[in-house]
Design a protein around this ligand. Sequence first.
Ligand SMILES: NC(=O)c1ccc[n+]([C@@H]2O[C@H](COP(=O)([O-])OP(=O)(O)OC[C@H]3O[C@@H](n4cnc5c(N)ncnc54)[C@H](O)[C@@H]3O)[C@@H](O)[C@H]2O)c1
Length: 424
Amino acid sequence: MPVTNKSAYDVKDLGLAPKGKMRIEWAAQSMRVLKLIQERFLLEKPLKGIRVSACLHVTTETANLAITLRDGGADVVLCASNPLSTQDDVAASLVKDYHIPVFAIKGEDNATYYSHIQSALDHRPQITMDDGADLVTTILTKGQDLVPGIIGGTEETTTGVIRLRAMAKQGVLKYPIIAVNDADTKHLFDNRYGTGQSTVDGIIRATNLLFAGLKVVVAGYGWCGRGFAMRSRGLGADVIVTEVNPTRALEARMDGLRVMPMAEAAKIGEVFVTLTGDKSVLRKEHFEAMNDGAVIANSGHFNVEIDIPALEELSTAKRRVREYVDEYEMADGRKIYLLGEGRLINLAAAEGHPASVMDMSFADQALSAEYLAKNSKNLGPKVYPVPTDLDEMVAKLKLESMGIAIDTLTPEQVEYLASWSEGT
Ligand SMILES: NC(=O)c1ccc[n+]([C@@H]2O[C@H](COP(=O)([O-])OP(=O)(O)OC[C@H]3O[C@@H](n4cnc5c(N)ncnc54)[C@H](O)[C@@H]3O)[C@@H](O)[C@H]2O)c1
């Protein structure tokens, strides 16, 4: 049914739809695993009549997921999972061309952001799809009446999974959640190669800096940090890593990178990027030590990794010098440049992860929604992994879509690997 009621959606400008449609179709070309799932969903309708509220970055890739869920029979609405990550043309096209209600406008203020989350919840979801657990958190704090109707939810990112595990541990989680982030076909690829490339892309689009020879400080050597460090080094940057986890710090060192505390790195770095899921990783004492012209950005989920209030307090003047660059002038005349208001720079200043990698993440999402629809009765209010067979199937289909064949175990090898008495 066409969406005609204005209150049924809230997007910037429906006139942007033609551009959004072309970009959605462009992304679809690189999402061949999701396409296979979509074709099956069209025939089998595994989500028939199920109301899905999705709170995800409103990008071309998310559009293809929403269309796949709709084709599987779901009644889908979408809101943004970050105020700066919405692609307004995509939001417009989803409403106009695909008749999927969207509540998201790039640059919306906090009040609008949360009112859009509320609009997505007014849909009375049976499945929630989160990127950062904002839907679940809002349901638990303000929408408990929705809980009896919910069969389950999915979570896309590391920070969300951490929040949800904390809820489960404290006994406040009310329905099963599938931790899509933790699937191998998600974090090994999306967090590493997706965040790696798109964070570089966001910084370059925001600043036009040359990475070759640049001293880049990477805070956090997890999946995202490793990816970003690897890609920065590939462009010729001198990469310095800061960590709090000794094993990860050691890994960074043995990957050939310099490792030191942020207090030391602050004096040396030219570009600083936080990818930790933690708060106040860059703070007052670091801003005080930074050189004139230092550029700071975040690619972790929330905009708390850089202590922006401390930066505001230290500064005597602030101006926007490029679209995604705010210049903060310190009392001693030094200037520090904050990118994308401290929000995920790959989504604020660039287009987020390339479609080819989101193909796997969103295949995991679609299959997890189907799994919930079939199995929710057997699941309790806990955080569950994506079933291994689904995760492996996504890897297999992705390889096939890339035209890559691999070996299979011979019967003799199967026996050998299952035995403890062989090999003597
Ligand atoms: N930008 C994106 O599009 C995108 C994509 C995926 C995930 N994320 C987000 O990025 C963040 C990191 O995700 P991940 O999968 O790499 O997590 P991860 O758990 O694999 O890695 C985080 C690393 O940060 C380190 N860390 C924590 N506090 C630190 C501190 N104070 N200083 C230095 N290091 C610290 C941890 O020890 C860990 O090694 C999360 O918030 C996640 O939700 C963003």
